[in-house]
Write a protein that binds this ligand. Structure first.
Ligand code: ZN
Length: 73
């Protein structure tokens, strides 16, 4: 394997990592009909599910999670 192949391989691995990270952060697939936060179970409005594909939480829980996320940094 020459230097160019190695660089190519490395670039592909980095891209794959970046995509995996992106998939982890971005919810995908079917949006939840009901908030999946333990003890919440709030209905997720149709507009929210349409606007955020793969959404899992109601507005309140999402905001709460985002606040937690920020304070942890
Ligand atoms: Zn909720």
């Amino acid at each position: 394997m020459d230097e160019i192949d190695r660089a190519q391989r490395r670039a592909e691995e980095q891209l794959a990592d970046a995509l995996a990270e992106h998939r982890r952060l971005m919810p995908q697939g079917e949006s939840a009909k009901w908030c999946e936060m333990t003890g919440c179970g709030e209905r997720i409005p149709e507009e929210r599910r349409a606007a955020l594909p793969g959404v899992r939480f109601c507005v309140d829980c999402q905001a709460h999670l985002e606040r937690l996320e920020k304070t942890r940094k």
